[in-house]
Design a protein around this ligand. Structure first.
Ligand code: DAV
Length: 378
């Protein structure tokens, strides 16, 4: 097939003018079966610990309506939108090392795909239920590979995810810990993953040109960060951690909005002070996010109300925000951004907000240095 000049993979940051993006689908998403990395426990909504199954189809339909509407909004603004191909997520999956009674879904492409320049990297993932999720994006990646002769298609080493990858009974022990013990765990960044092998989710990385910021979270371990550092020798990698009991993905915790402006979660204090120092030293302003619309986790959702921060920049002046987040929209408005309200509340149970639901294929621009004044050792 001849190259399609319309298809170019290129994106170096979270804010340059967006021209081509992947938007996920909610189809047949599962509350995944228990596994060493995670055990869902939502007794009030029909999924007590140990149970698993499809999210109610009526929820899928509502979420897909909002995702389709989001795709139309993007298209109306001149952005090309591609969609993944869902699998049967209710199927049991296995490798020679383990079997897992169900998969998860493909609403959040951001978790799986990391775009850095002309490269799209498939993340390792760290849940067995998400080990095969990249397959939903393979039809698109194969197409980009045919159409863009400069596209670098990469996949991080698939992790074994044996018992050695996880601390045994981590979450059950966590439930029994005293507040003081939890505090120690947070300060030491002792999460469910061991350092047996590199693990990371792509949504733990925030891109700012020459600098990549990686969240040491419950789904990204130190070995994963080390792998990323070696994989991107031309970038500068900075580790972030925050005072947070359920650290998963950076995009509801600390968000690089545009050059000179970052949004920080007021409830999650950075544990690596160099992060703040680096931004300030380079003239960046760090704004505390507004109070979210919800005051607790939505039903059947593993994402917090701070999805209010989970936004998509269309260019350095234009931001897509969940339409229920009135206070956050107002704050962006005061910061001089044009706000595009996108109804998205019904998508959160499927794994996130507007940033999670997308993965960049093309943004204008090249690799720039937004942090020329570096901090030794960070
Ligand atoms: O911090 O509430 C957001 C997950 C985004 N994928 C949080 C989790």
């Amino acid at each position: 097939m001849p190259a399609n000049p319309q298809t170019v993979v290129n994106s170096w940051n979270e804010w340059n003018p967006l021209k081509h993006v992947i938007v996920g689908r909610a189809d047949a998403t599962m509350v995944q079966a228990p596994e060493p990395a995670i055990e869902r426990n939502w007794p009030d909504h029909g999924f007590p610990r140990g149970t698993y199954g499809r999210l109610p189809p009526a929820m899928d339909a509502k979420a897909n309506e909002q995702l389709d509407n989001f795709a139309r909004i993007l298209e109306s603004r001149g952005v090309r939108v591609d969609r993944p191909t869902p699998l049967d997520f209710s199927q049991e999956v296995r490798t020679p090392d383990w079997k897992q009674a169900s998969m998860f879904g493909c609403m959040p492409p951001r978790d799986v795909l990391l775009t850095v320049g002309n490269e799209i990297l498939e993340a390792t993932m760290s849940y067995r239920s998400r080990w095969y999720e990249y397959l939903c994006y393979r039809p698109l990646l194969e197409q980009y590979f045919r159409e863009d002769p400069n596209f670098r298609w990469e996949a991080a080493p698939k992790p074994r995810l044996t018992e050695r990858t996880y601390r045994k009974d981590y979450w059950r022990k966590w439930e029994k810990m005293t507040p003081a013990e939890k505090e120690q765990a947070i300060y030491h960044q002792d999460w469910v993953l061991t350092e047996e092998e590199p693990c990371f989710d792509a949504a733990d990385i925030a891109r700012a040109g020459k600098d990549l910021f990686v969240y040491h979270s419950s789904v990204t371990n130190r070995a994963g960060i080390d792998w990323l550092r070696r994989h991107f020798p031309h970038q500068r990698l900075h580790v972030m951690s925050f005072y947070e009991t359920n650290p998963i993905h950076i995009d509801a915790t600390f968000v690089f909005l545009r050059p000179g402006l970052a949004l920080s979660n007021p409830k999650r204090v950075p544990l690596v002070p160099e992060l703040t120092d680096l931004l300030k030293r380079n003239g960046w302003e760090i704004v505390q996010a507004a109070q979210p619309a919800l005051d607790g986790y939505p039903p059947l959702s593993f994402c917090s109300p701070w999805l209010s921060m989970n936004t998509l920049m269309l260019d350095p002046k234009t931001i897509c925000v969940d339409a229920q987040e009135v206070r956050q929209m107002e704050q962006f408005d005061q910061l001089g951004l044009e706000v595009v309200p996108v109804p998205f509340a019904d998508v959160s149970a499927f794994g996130g907000g507007l940033h999670c639901a997308t993965a960049d294929v093309y943004r204008e621009g090249t690799c720039e240095d937004y942090f020329p004044k570096q901090i030794e050792g960070y």
